[in-house]
Write a protein that binds this ligand. Structure first.
Ligand SMILES: O=C(O)[C@H](O)[C@@H](O)[C@H](O)[C@H](O)COP(=O)(O)O
Length: 231
């Protein structure tokens, strides 16, 4: 495994350091390929990181596309929307000129047609991702790779780029990038905070089935993962 675990004193320090690392990846991708895409996670952890990254003036934001690792199947007016979180916390100030590619493509359910619309949009993403920033739940899920997910196998192995997934612990139906697509990244980061998540990561690094803790699929993929953690 190539897991680099980094610890930071507190949340603001972690947010600043992770924003700097991602900014470097974005700038390197723009220098090399003329544009950069990043995929970020939602949930409660990344707000400070989003704010720190969005304030970065050294990025040519109009060459950047921001998308999500996964999304709840809700529209952007829902307080459960990861898109709303990214818009409110990151795509302000200097980052307001970045383009945002939403995973939610309308309607009440992620039907095949809806996922086809999302996948058609994702065909225009600059590839590979300059950076992918994952989160992790206390049940060992990452992105929307939930234990018991109805399409978990396809989510971990399929070409996607995205698919629908439903799981007991997920709340709404979700849409998620598939793991092979997320691994196509210059930099892969796992952002977790608190003792409980450090313990969950320890457990995930131990033996046991991927289906019980799907983040194991990332950790066992062989792709270098940099973990950003603080208490
Ligand atoms: O939409 C989501 O819920 C996510 O992208 C998800 O994978 C998240 O990263 C984890 O659930 C951790 O969430 P917290 O940061 O809220 O603990």
């Amino acid at each position: 495994m190539s897991i680099d675990r980094r610890s930071f004193a507190d949340k603001p320090t972690l947010a600043k350091e992770l924003a700097e690392a991602v900014a470097e990846r974005i700038n390197a991708a723009i220098a090399e390929r003329g544009s950069a895409a990043i995929a970020v996670s939602g949930g409660s952890t990344p707000a400070k990181f989003f704010q720190a990254l969005g304030k970065t003036k050294t990025i040519d934001w109009d060459k950047v596309v921001v998308t999500l690792v996964d999304e709840r199947w809700v529209d952007e007016t829902s307080d459960r929307s990861n898109a709303m979180l990214v818009n409110e916390k990151m795509l302000q100030g200097p980052a307001a000129t970045a383009r945002f590619f939403p995973l939610y493509s309308g309607g009440d359910e992620p039907t095949d047609e809806a996922i086809a619309r999302t996948n058609a949009l994702m065909a225009d993403l600059p590839q590979p991702f300059a950076a992918v920033i994952l989160g992790m739940g206390n049940d060992g899920h990452t992105a929307s790779f939930f234990p018991g997910g109805d399409t978990l196998d396809a989510a971990l192995t399929g070409a996607g780029p995205t698919l629908a997934i439903r799981a007991p612990g997920a709340g709404e139906p979700r849409v998620t990038f598939t793991l092979p697509r997320l691994l196509e990244a210059d930099g892969l980061y796992l952002h977790i905070e608190g003792e409980e998540k450090a313990n969950v990561l320890d457990a995930a690094l131990g033996d046991g089935p991927v289906a019980d803790m799907p983040i194991r699929a990332v950790l066992r993929s062989g792709a270098p993962v940099t973990v950003y953690w603080c208490p």
